[in-house]
Design a protein around this ligand. Structure first.
Ligand code: ATP
Ligand code: MG
Length: 672
C-alpha cells in the first residue's frame, strides 16, 4: 500500500536568489521543472519533462504516472499521520440551528463525524490518518456505483468535509471532478452537467448561508430534469437540515459509508499518466460564457507543490487558510490540493466573514494558529466597514503573510490590513486558467522588496510580458499593453478547454498567432520592474479619443475615506463617445440621505478623480447605491452595471450573487 518515500527535499535544486531561479525556469524549462518534479511521488518517472511539439498545447512530464490523492494523503502517513490535515469550522452550525434542526447532530454521527459544538460555531479536526480513511470510504462508495477512471463527477456542495473527501476520492480513482459552486442556480448546474456529461452528481440535502437554508437537493432535482445528459446517480450527503424524498437514482452517502467503514475499505490509487485530466472547473463568467478549464494531473501537482514553497513560503506542519469556496480555483488549489500536497494543515470554513460577528476570521486564526492567509479583497473590504474592535480583539501573531487575489487590491484596504496585522499584505495575480499565480512577490526569497499597489513580478515558468496589441512588440516601462505569456504555459495551467480545443486556441492564443497566451488584462511595468494590472481589456472606455481604464478611476475614488467599494463604467455619449460614471457604496449610507449631502460627497469623489487622473477622467455622475452587483466569486459585475446605467437589460445574470444589488443600483440611478 503506502510506499516509504525517499527524503526528497534534500535532492531539490537550490538557487542563490530568485533571479537565478527565474532565469533557469525560462532558459531551460525542462531542466527547471524536472528538478521541481522531485517534490511529488511518481509511481513511474516521466520519460520526457516537456513536449512542446504541438504548441500552444504543452505536455508536461510525459509518460510519468502519479496520483493526486496519493500525494495529498497517503504520502504523509509515515511522517504525519496524527497531524491535522483539515480543520473544518462552521459558523452556520450553531446552537440556534441545532435547536431548530434537531436531526443535524445525529446526521453528523451517521456520517462518522465527531464534531465539537460550541454556542456559535462547530468544529472538526481531521488528522491525515482520519482523512486517509474517509477518502478511502468515499472512493469505495464511488466505485460501488460504477464510477471509474475518466468518468465525470459533478460536486455541488457547500464547504463541508465530505466535499473535500469527494474531490480527493475522485482523484484517487482517476475520475474527473467538476465542482460547481453551491450558490449557482439549477440552470447553471444543468449547463455544467451537460457540458461535462456527468455520470454522477454529489450533493447534500441543504446548504446554509447566513442562517438561511438553501435547498441543494431540490436544485439538483431541477437540474437533473433540465439536463440533456442525465446522471446515473445522485449521491446525497444528508446533513439532517432539510428532509427530502429520495428519487430512484438517489444514494444516501451515510448508509454507503457505513458499509465501507465496516469493511475497512481501502482503494488502491489509480495511477494516471501525467497529462490525463484531474478536474474541470468553469471560469467565473465575469466577461461572458464560462469556459471549462481542464487541468492535468502531474503538472498540477508539481506546480502547486512548488508554489507553496517559493511563492507562499509555507512549510509542512504549518497552517494555511485560503478563505475561498471550493467552487473557485483558489478553493481547489489552495484550500484543498496545495496545502495537502505540502503536508500542511488546511482550514475549511463554512460561513460568512461577519457572522456571528466580524471577528470570526481572526478568532479562527487565533484558535488554529494560522500561518498563511489568502482571500479575495472583497471579504476584507466588508470587514473594513465594521468596528475596528473586531480586528484588534484576537491574537493574530501566528500569521506570517496575507495574500490576496481575484481583483484589484486598493491601497486603503491593503494599508488597513497591514496596519492591523503588521505582516506583509501581498497582492498577487492569477486566473482560473493558470491555477496558481502568474504575478506575485516570492515570499521565500529576499528578492525585490514588496511594493504596495503592485501584484509583483512574473513567477518562475511564466515568460510574461506586457505586449502592444497592434505591433506584438514588448512595451517599454510605463507603457500600457496586454499582459501575455509566451507559450508554453508552465505546468499546472489549463491543458485545454474541455472538449473544445478550438476555443482554447481562439480564446487564449488567437491574438498573437498561437505564440502567446493573452490574459485579457491590461498591465504596465514600472521603472523598478513591478507589474501593475490596469483592468480587463473589455473594461476600457474611450473618452474623446482617450483610452481610460475604469479600474484606474476606481483606484482614484477609493482614496476617499468614506467609500467602501466602487465601480466605474463607461456609458455611451453622443459627443465624446463614452463617459465614465461611478457607483460608490459608502461605509455609512446615511451620509448621502439628503440631496445636499449627496451633492457634497459627489463633488468630493469627483475631486479625487480629477486630482489623480485629470479632468478627462471626470465622472459624469456619481451614484450611491447601497450595494453593487457581484459575481458569486465576489467580482464586480461591471457589464451589468453598465447596462443599468444605459437603461438596458442586464443580460445573462446567471453568476450574480445578490439580486437585491441590481435593485440597489436601479434605485440609486432613479434617485439621482
Ligand atoms: P471570465 O474569464 O469567465 O470572464 P474571470 O476572469 O472573472 O471570469 P477568474 O479566472 O476567476 O474569472 O478571474 C481572473 C481575473 O481576475 C483576472 O484575469 C483579472 O482580471 C482578475 N484578477 C485576479 N487577480 C487580480 C489581481 N491581483 N489584481 C487585479 N485583478 C486581478
Ligand atoms: Mg477570465
Amino acid at each position: 500500500m503506502t510506499q516509504q518515500l525517499p527524503q526528497q527535499e534534500t535532492t531539490l535544486p537550490t538557487y542563490q536568489n530568485f533571479s537565478e531561479l527565474y532565469k533557469h525556469s525560462i532558459d531551460d524549462r525542462a531542466g527547471f521543472w524536472g528538478g521541481q518534479a522531485r517534490r511529488i511521488y511518481w509511481h513511474k518517472q516521466p520519460d520526457k519533462i516537456l513536449d512542446d511539439s504541438n504548441l500552444p498545447f504543452a505536455k508536461w512530464f510525459v509518460g510519468g504516472e502519479t496520483n493526486l490523492c496519493y500525494n495529498c494523503v497517503d504520502r504523509h502517513l509515515p511522517d504525519r499521520a496524527e497531524q491535522d490535515a483539515l480543520i473544518w469550522v462552521s459558523s452556520e452550525i450553531n446552537q440556534e440551528l441545532l435547536s431548530n434542526h434537531p436531526d443535524v447532530a445525529d446526521a453528523f454521527k451517521r456520517l462518522g463525524n465527531s464534531v465539537e459544538f460550541y454556542t456559535d460555531y462547530a468544529k472538526r479536526r481531521l488528522t491525515y490518518n482520519d482523512l486517509y480513511k474517509e477518502v478511502n470510504y468515499f472512493a469505495d462508495v464511488l466505485q460501488r456505483y460504477g464510477v471509474g477512471k475518466g468518468d465525470r463527477v459533478v460536486i455541488y456542495m457547500p464547504m463541508i468535509l465530505e466535499a473535500a473527501y469527494a474531490m480527493l476520492a475522485c482523484a484517487r480513482i482517476g475520475a474527473i471532478h467538476s465542482v460547481v459552486f453551491g450558490g449557482f442556480a439549477a440552470h447553471n448546474l444543468a449547463v455544467r452537467m451537460d457540458d461535462a456529461q456527468a455520470k454522477m452528481v454529489i450533493t447534500v440535502d441543504a446548504g446554509l448561508r447566513g442562517g438561511k437554508v438553501i435547498n441543494y437537493k431540490n436544485l439538483v432535482n431541477q437540474a437533473v430534469e433540465q439536463a440533456n445528459v442525465k446522471p446515473e446517480h445522485v449521491l446525497v450527503v444528508d446533513r439532517g437540515v432539510m428532509p427530502y424524498k429520495p428519487n430512484a437514482i438517489d444514494i444516501d452517502y451515510a448508509e454507503q459509508r457505513k458499509i465501507s467503514h465496516e469493511n475497512k475499505a481501502r482503494v488502491e490509487p489509480v495511477w494516471l499518466e501525467s497529462n490525463e485530466p484531474s478536474y474541470l472547473l468553469y471560469t467565473s463568467g465575469t466577461t461572458g460564457k464560462p469556459k471549462g478549464v481542464q487541468r492535468d494531473t502531474g503538472g498540477h501537482a508539481v506546480a502547486l507543490a512548488t508554489s507553496i514553497d517559493y511563492v507562499y513560503n509555507g512549510k509542512a506542519g504549518e497552517t494555511f487558510w485560503a478563505i475561498s469556496d471550493i467552487g473557485w480555483a483558489v478553493g481547489h488549489s489552495y484550500t484543498i490540493y496545495a496545502p495537502l500536497l505540502a503536508g500542511m494543515t488546511s482550514i475549511m470554513y463554512e460561513g460568512l466573514p461577519h457572522r456571528p460577528n466580524p471577528g470570526i476570521w481572526w478568532r479562527i486564526v487565533e484558535a488554529n494558529k494560522v500561518n498563511i492567509l489568502f482571500t479575495a479583497p472583497t471579504g476584507v473590504r466588508m470587514l473594513k466597514k465594521q468596528d475596528e474592535m473586531w480586528m484588534t480583539r484576537y491574537d493574530v501573531s501566528s500569521v506570517k503573510a496575507f495574500f490576496l487575489a481575484g481583483e484589484p487590491l486598493d491601497e486603503p484596504t491593503a494599508e488597513w490590513l497591514s496596519g492591523h496585522l503588521g505582516v506583509p499584505i501581498l497582492d498577487h495575480y492569477w486566473q482560473t486558467e493558470t491555477g496558481w499565480p502568474i504575478l506575485s512577490h516570492v515570499a521565500k526569497f529576499d528578492h525585490k522588496p514588496h511594493k504596495q499597489g503592485s501584484p509583483g513580478y512574473p513567477m518562475y515558468g511564466y515568460d510574461a510580458k506586457v505586449i502592444n496589441e497592434e505591433t506584438g512588440e514588448a512595451c517599454q516601462a510605463g507603457e500600457k499593453g496586454m499582459l501575455a505569456i509566451t507559450a508554453p504555459l508552465p505546468p499546472g495551467c489549463l491543458s485545454t478547454v474541455w472538449r473544445n480545443d478550438e476555443r482554447f486556441i481562439n480564446a487564449y492564443f488567437g491574438l498573437f498567432d498561437g505564440t502567446r497566451y493573452s490574459t485579457s488584462d491590461y498591465a504596465q511595468v514600472d521603472a523598478d520592474g513591478y507589474y501593475h494590472i490596469l483592468g480587463r481589456t473589455d473594461d476600457v472606455i474611450n473618452v474623446a479619443g482617450h483610452r481610460l481604464g475604469t479600474q484606474e478611476i476606481e483606484e482614484a475614488i477609493s482614496g476617499h475615506d468614506e467609500v467602501a467599494e466602487c465601480a466605474v463604467v463607461g456609458i455611451h455619449d453622443e459627443l465624446k463617445g463614452e463617459l465614465p460614471v461611478a457607483f460608490c457604496v459608502l461605509k455609512d449610507h446615511s451620509l448621502v440621505e439628503t440631496t445636499e449631502s449627496r451633492f457634497r460627497v459627489e463633488q468630493q469623489v469627483i475631486g479625487e478623480v480629477v486630482k489623480s487622473l485629470g479632468a478627462i477622467a471626470r465622472p459624469a455622475a456619481v451614484y450611491f447605491p447601497k450595494a453593487v452587483p457581484k459575481t458569486r466569486s465576489g467580482k464586480i459585475l461591471r457589464r451589468a452595471i453598465r447596462a443599468l446605467a444605459e437603461g438596458k437589460e442586464t443580460g445573462d445574470m446567471s453568476t450574480l450573487d445578490d439580486p437585491t444589488a441590481i435593485e440597489a443600483v436601479k434605485l440609486a440611478i432613479k434617485n439621482y
